[in-house]
Design a protein around this ligand. Structure first.
Ligand code: BGC
Length: 744
């Protein structure tokens, strides 16, 4: 009887009358029906815990969580797989709890759901914001059809440390490019309106500083200045907020000595200064991890610290559900904070349309195949736009008739190209490079050999990917095939499970026996094309880069990587990707990024007293923004002139070659003197991706406002200081000619 009455109370908020009321009214009308425990319940998120279409669990953690769900103490779940499971779990929330409030289903839809685009760092290399937004939209479209409505993406952490495995999940090293990509991804996931059944709530993560983990070791301490926070780390978060991102996620690390999840200053910045009105979710277990950090004595204290730092939802620490109500009763956490958090979660449920129709997202299409997936063509297109041509002495594109040996551990790989974040896609569903080449050029005059086994044993998400460094069997077959062909395509790299969360690496060299393999091949074959698969910048020794004819960086290119890379190799399209992150020559240079400060001793000088290494150059192997095409695009001198309140920066760009190319024209600026704080030697402030036909020239024009050149002080105030500025319209961060002007 009671249940019927209260259920109808929720139904009242979904009535035709209620639907016409502002969301805040509807949220409050639900909130006033809730007990303290139920409000806390909205702040509790569990990992998908039981096989929902089977019998209810008995005994153990799953049974407890199930009971919590029925009590109305769960607001959201993550990682529930399959639309039937989603429906079954939602049914319990809607039909068996006192108030019938639906769950939000979260998942890491990072670069697709089942149909995977290239990994996010690779997508960033396309510098194609529309394509990136489309990719996020496609991921949302596919995931929502499985009943999911919240993705924990985009990761907008700037990182300058390729040892950090999660660099693969972001947009690279640059705050400007990172901000534009953050906006594009939020727009893509969320669409015009969150209640569009093909949109899902996005999540800007990890707030904040996670990409600056010391020594590139995941989960490690972060210690950065306010100046870096405001000028480098925060901008993509601010851009995501401005783009209307529905949620933020705390980071695992400390900030100013305090874990982000319990950091009141960070919360104040986000919710007060920036006015963020959405949900702030903890990272997985990050409430409980405050004990290991040595910040909380026990889980109850951790719950208190997180709630007071306005973390609205506890992901998998079970801290709020156990302790928050008593903390409120003891006066340690104000009930108004719980109300505020529950309101935010309920508002998200209304915004997503779940309160009006809890099952609205569940309309999965039939079975899934890479080749028939409606999103495959876009995934392939983006893989083509993401690949970066690092070297080419003219061997590429290949001619159809050449006899090729396709060799190396990545030649026939169908799993690794999917990358590390493939929560829901099926293993081994990428089209391999071999399959791609067969599709594009046919099987004739092609031999294939993978070489020594790459990994020892099976590979999986939770465990270390162990590498074979001793067993050379298989090497001979590769060398034989390579020697007998006209050209060897050597597909090498790191495995998809070598980068990603918890997959930091000390060495950025090719793992295992691969350098040896390349050197053996080079002894018998002078025409070698390297196809490099990677989730991060990697280091190739000089003798190898000098001897190979071409290097094409494929990244982890996703489901359709094979045909995409084959199309590029065969010249169906020119490579056009540009590095969103610097490739160092040596791990000893890290962190190495283009937007560095000059220092007081920029050098070079004859004596040693300048900022340099005694055993190698300061310069990278490949700079930020770098990437070749199958043509030669020339840049005339940059010009700048004042146009009213702004500056017009121009340069004539010409495709001198015989093939059409997409060129990423980049605009860099330098502020020569700033009392607000020293400025980078170059700073990206704009870019345009343009298609140039053979022989076509185009006057590239950028209008630069004072705002674009503003600098954040350590207090977070953005200011513009007039003075001398230089501009470069350039193909990458280490090229181009500059033009200077005094901005009065
Ligand atoms: C990661 C988050 C992710 C979460 C849920 C954590 O380990 O740091 O980025 O969204 O797990 O899967």
């Amino acid at each position: 009887m009671k249940k019927v009455f209260l259920l109808s109370a929720v139904l009242v908020t979904a009535s035709a009358f209620a639907q016409k009321q502002p969301t805040a009214w509807r949220v409050d009308s639900v909130l006033q029906l809730m007990t303290l425990e139920e409000k806390v319940g909205q702040m509790n998120q569990y990992n998908g815990f039981w096989n929902a279409t089977g019998p209810a669990p008995e005994g153990g953690d799953a049974a407890t969580k199930y009971q919590h769900l029925r009590n109305g103490w769960v607001g959201s779940v993550l990682n529930v797989q399959g639309v039937e499971e989603v429906r079954a779990m939602q049914r319990v929330a809607v039909e068996e709890t006192r108030l019938g409030i639906p769950l939000i289903f979260g998942c890491d839809v990072i670069h697709g759901y089942k149909t995977l685009s290239p990994i996010p760092l690779a997508e960033a290399a396309s510098w194609d914001l529309e394509a990136i937004a489309k990719s996020a939209h496609n991921g949302a479209e596919e995931a929502t059809s499985y009943g999911l409505n919240w993705t924990f993406a985009p990761m907008v952490d700037i990182s300058r440390d390729p040892r950090w495995g999660r660099i693969m999940e972001g947009a690279g090293e640059d705050p400007y490019l990172g901000s534009r990509i953050a906006e594009a991804r939020v727009r893509g996931f969320q669409g015009e309106q969150l209640n569009d059944p093909r949109s899902m709530a996005a999540c800007a993560k990890h707030f904040a500083g996670y990409g600056f983990s010391e020594a590139g070791r995941d989960y490690n301490t972060v210690d950065v200045s306010d100046y870096t926070l405001y000028n480098v780390i925060y901008p993509p978060f601010q851009a995501a907020k401005k783009a209307g991102v529905a949620t933020f996620m705390n980071s695992f690390n400390t900030m100013n000595g305090i874990p982000a999840t319990g950091n009141q200053a960070l919360a104040e910045l986000l919710k007060e200064d920036w006015g963020f009105e959405g949900v702030l979710v903890s990272d997985w277990g990050s409430v409980g991890e405050m004990i290991a950090h040595g910040y909380a004595r026990n889980l109850k204290e951790a719950a208190e610290q997180a709630a007071n730092a306005r973390c609205d939802m506890d992901m998998e620490s079970l801290a709020y559900v156990q302790f928050l109500a008593s903390l409120v009763r003891e006066g340690k956490v104000s009930e108004s904070l719980v109300d505020d958090a529950a309101r935010r979660v309920l508002k998200l449920k209304f915004d997503l349309g779940l309160m009006d129709d809890p099952y609205r997202y569940c309309n999965r299409p039939g079975s899934w195949e890479p080749t028939t997936s409606p999103w495959a063509a876009d995934a392939q297109e983006l893989a083509e736009k993401s690949a970066v041509l690092l070297k080419n002495n003219g061997i590429l594109p290949l001619v159809k008739k050449q006899a090729i040996a396709l060799v190396g551990p990545m030649a026939q790989e169908k799993n690794s190209p999917l990358g590390n974040w493939r929560v829901s896609s099926d293993d081994f569903t990428a089209l391999s490079l071999y399959e791609g080449l067969v599709q594009v050029r046919g099987e004739k005059r092609m031999t294939v050999a993978s070489g020594p086994v790459f990994l020892k044993g099976p590979i999986s998400f939770p465990f270390e990917a162990e590498i074979n460094t001793t067993d050379t069997s298989g090497m001979h077959a590769v060398v034989k095939a390579a020697g007998e062909a006209e050209i060897a395509i050597l597909a090498v790299g790191e495995h998809g499970f070598h980068s990603g969360e918890a997959r930091s690496r000390m060495s950025l060299h090719l793992p295992g026996l691969q350098e040896q393999l390349i050197r053996e091949v080079l002894k018998v074959q002078e025409h070698v094309v390297l196809v490099l698969y990677a989730g991060r910048p990697m280091i190739l020794p000089d003798d190898i880069t000098e001897q190979v004819d071409a290097i094409l960086l494929a990244w982890q290119p996703g489901t359709m990587g094979g045909p995409a890379i084959a199309n590029l190799l065969m010249g169906k399209r020119s490579p056009s990707g540009r590095l969103p992150v610097t490739f160092p020559r040596s791990e000893g240079q890290i962190p190495l990024y283009y937007g560095a400060y000059t220092t007081g001793r920029p050098g070079p000088s004859d004596a040693v007293f300048w900022s340099h290494y005694g055993d190698g150059p300061n310069t990278p192997a490949y700079p930020f923004g770098y990437g070749l095409t199958y043509s030669t695009v020339t840049y005339a001198a940059t010009q700048v002139k004042q146009m009213g309140d702004s500056m017009a920066v121009t340069a004539l760009v010409k495709n001198e070659g015989k093939v059409a190319v997409d060129e990423v024209v980049q605009l860099y600026a330098r502020d020569h003197h700033s009392r607000l704080g020293v400025q980078p030697v170059r700073r990206l402030i704009g870019f345009q991706r343009v298609t140039l036909k053979p022989g076509e020239e185009r006057m590239m024009t950028f209008s630069v406002t004072a705002d674009q050149l503003s600098v954040a002080t350590s207090e977070g105030e953005r200011m513009f200081e007039p003075g001398t500025f230089s501009f470069w319209v350039a193909p990458h961060s280490a090229a181009g000619t500059s033009a200077s002007i005094d901005w009065k």
